[in-house]
Design a protein. Structure first.
Length: 283
């Protein structure tokens, strides 16, 4: 209903303007056309916003992914403003053929000047179609090592929020031209922790402690495979570790909690965690 009201108001303004122009001299007509064009820009601009909001709501209702909704809405808004500016140019007396020629020349110059921008636009289309990530995913891009949660996918840029609440703007061309690690694409992750114990420590006891901690932790998946293993016989000690499945959202809290529990349990059982040492023998 609001869109119909705006369209009716716009049509009525055109009729009033036509009647007023009939009785004005040439200069006054041109000035009036300029003022009318400015007024039309603001009125139609509000209409464009209404259309974009309506389009966004319709896409969300249809279940379209949030990133795709943002991209389509941005593209439609830009396209409608281009059409509006073309119509205003024609109303100001610019011939259609001249306007097309100017737009073609401007487009060619724009292509040369904004090659990076066009690659970003193409990157946005690729992200929209292939969906290597979506809004809400936590990603890491390999080129500049930027990482964060995706909050917005726009025509040219993707916006991330880091864990310390910084806003990171990454060009879409960079994201499609680099390796992307989508940390949260799966609903569970395999957590691996390794720790070194001394050669004098009781290896069997150390492994049993790790196994017990894994099974007692509330967020480890006991129905999935758990592995406790000897990873390496290193110069300074024996490296043991484990692998266990956890929900993606529990990955870091579980890792931090288990690291602390391992240190406390090893201290209690007198299992030494060595550090690099150098023995010097003097003859």
């Amino acid at each position: 209903m609001k869109l119909d009201l705006y369209l009716a108001q716009t049509t009525e303004l055109q009729k009033i303007a036509s009647r007023l122009l009939e009785g004005l001299p040439t200069i006054e007509k041109w000035v009036f056309r300029v003022l009318l064009s400015v007024l039309a820009y603001f009125v139609v601009g509000k209409l464009i916003k209404k259309v974009c909001n309506f389009l966004k709501t319709a896409l969300q209702t249809a279940g379209v992914e949030v990133g795709a909704t943002q991209f389509i809405s941005s593209f439609a808004k830009a396209a409608m403003y281009v059409v509006l500016l073309m119509i205003i140019g024609v109303q100001l007396g610019i011939k259609e053929s001249s306007l097309v020629a100017v737009l073609a020349s401007a487009g060619a110059a724009l292509v040369l000047a904004l090659q990076g921008g066009l690659s970003n636009l193409a990157g946005g289309v690729i992200i929209l179609v292939l969906q290597p990530f979506t809004v809400g995913d936590y990603i890491i891009e390999s080129t500049n090592k930027q990482e964060g949660t995706v909050v917005k996918i726009d025509l040219f840029y993707t916006t991330l929020t880091s864990v310390d609440n910084k806003r990171i703007i990454v060009p879409n061309g960079t994201l499609t031209g680099a390796s992307i690690v989508n940390v949260t694409a799966q609903d569970r992750r395999n957590l691996e922790i390794k720790i070194m114990i001394s050669y004098q420590a009781d290896l069997i006891k150390a492994k049993s402690i790790l196994d017990r901690l894994l099974r007692e932790d509330p967020t480890t998946m006991s129905d999935k495979e758990m592995k406790v293993f000897v990873d390496e016989l290193a110069d300074d000690g024996v490296i043991i570790g484990f692998r266990v499945w956890v929900k993606t959202e529990d990955y870091w809290p579980t890792k931090w909690r288990l690291n602390e529990a391992i240190k406390l349990a090893f201290d209690e059982e007198k299992i030494e965690i060595p550090y690099p040492q150098l023995d010097v023998h003097i003859k």
